[in-house]
Design a protein around this ligand. Structure first.
Ligand SMILES: [Mn+2]
Length: 406
């Protein structure tokens, strides 16, 4: 049997809503044309409570897939969960972390199951058949990382004799994301299955557990803008008879991370470097790509304000690329010194209070303030140790009275 594995479509993902829709539709339609059954390991929707418009989008996508009438596997039964099947279409899904609700079992994904657009396999085994070959899909919906091991113990999922067994779930895996001891390790997964399919992680992973293949197809839409998400999005087709699989790319929007690293330089030089890197990159794409600029390094002594120039670059290219700039790693030497000085209560060797007074009086000059209160008095009023309201009130009152006096 040919199984299409499509994951993390995130329909309704706000930032790239059109991409999420178009790419989910393309992945599911193509998978329907190329396989006998489709399995979806979670995060069909981006949100727990999708807007009706987004639910309508999802319904349209699944209706379109249904009309292809290509999926050749027959649905035999569902054991576990509510035990009910509302469609004969072999599209089997679980809820992901984005759909999980705390109250009861109903969530946006299970609604699609009740509507007969797919089969909700949460905590259930769905049996499929084609030409005498049986495939059993066990589904464990995304659950909290703290509870997942306990849950697996309680549920004790077992393979079905005489079938090709797939264990489908939606969790982090410690070996892939070593951040939290609660994460499942490969060895924690139940033994005896022929194929392990996971969602949740948006980059593609092909690995092994208990001597059997472990596959994460990755998301169909870009959501995290990480270096590891630059490869093409798509889905996997697994052939249960030959135990081989292939990745099918979809026409996902291109994504590129450009690292610009410069030291002892000026904001203008950084902006120029960014601009030429963007132009070079744009030559490689026919449509509007997503480009993330990671600006690192150090500005030369005396310079600040690189962000301002970078924002004007984003504007400049807005019709040709979706740009994001991360300049959080760009150091400003001045800033480092200033922070130390603030800590020591001094700026340029001047006590903090005098510095504040000087700033206020130069601002007043800048705005051509001609009132009677002098900067020193106003500063005293504004820096009084009272609540903001009280301080402002006192300052305004004396400003008014000084105007009245003139
Ligand atoms: Mn996801």
């Amino acid at each position: 049997m040919r199984i299409g594995i499509v994951s993390d479509t995130h329909i309704g993902y706000e930032r790239f809503e059109e991409d999420a829709y178009r790419q989910a539709l393309e992945a599911l339609s193509k998978a329907a044309e190329m396989s006998d059954a489709i399995i979806i390991p979670g995060d069909v929707f981006d949100r727990r409570a999708p807007h009706p418009k987004i639910i309508a989008d999802a319904i349209k996508i699944f209706r379109e897939v249904e009309q292809k009438d290509k999926l050749g596997a027959k649905v035999l039964e569902k054991k576990g969960g509510d035990g009910k099947i509302y469609t004969q279409l072999p599209i089997i899904a679980i809820s992901g972390t984005h759909e999980r609700t705390t109250i009861g079992s109903e969530n946006a994904l299970s609604l699609l199951g009740l509507a007969g657009l797919l089969i909700d396999a949460n905590e259930a085994t769905v049996m499929l058949e084609k030409d005498g070959e049986k495939v059993a899909v066990y589904g464990l919906g995304g659950t909290s990382e703290e509870l997942v091991k306990q849950k697996l113990k309680e549920l004790d999922p077992r393979p079905v004799k005489g079938a090709f067994n797939i264990f489908m779930f939606h969790q982090s895996i410690y070996e892939l994301l070593p951040f939290n001891d609660n994460f499942l390790r490969y060895d924690d997964l139940p033994e005896g299955f022929d194929l392990y399919v996971d969602g949740h992680i948006h980059g593609r992973v092909e690995s092994e557990t208990h001597g059997k293949p472990f596959i994460i197809p990755g998301s169909t839409v870009l959501t995290q803008l990480k270096d590891g998400e630059q490869e093409k999005k798509g889905f996997v087709i697994y052939d249960t008879l030959s135990n081989t699989h292939e990745f099918i790319a979809i026409g996902s929007r291109d994504f590129k991370v450009l690292h610009i690293k410069m030291t002892d330089t000026t904001p203008t030089a950084i902006a120029d470097a960014c601009e030429s890197a963007i132009r070079k990159e744009l030559d490689l794409h026919s449509d509007k790509p997503i480009i993330k600029l990671v600006v690192e390094g150090k500005l030369a002594h005396g310079y600040t304000g690189a962000d301002l120039l970078l924002h004007s670059i984003i504007k400049k290219f807005s019709s040709r690329a979706i740009l994001e700039v991360d300049s959080s790693k760009l150091e400003t030497p001045e800033l480092g010194l200033q922070i130390d000085d603030v800590r020591n209560g001094k700026l340029n060797g001047m006590p903090l209070k005098d510095m504040g007074m000087q700033m206020l009086s130069s601002r007043l000059k800048e705005y051509k303030y001609s009132g009677k209160i002098d900067a020193a008095k106003l500063f005293e009023l504004l820096s009084a140790e009272a609540s903001k309201e009280k301080t402002l009130k006192a300052a305004l009152e004396s400003l008014y009275s000084s105007y009245e006096a003139t």
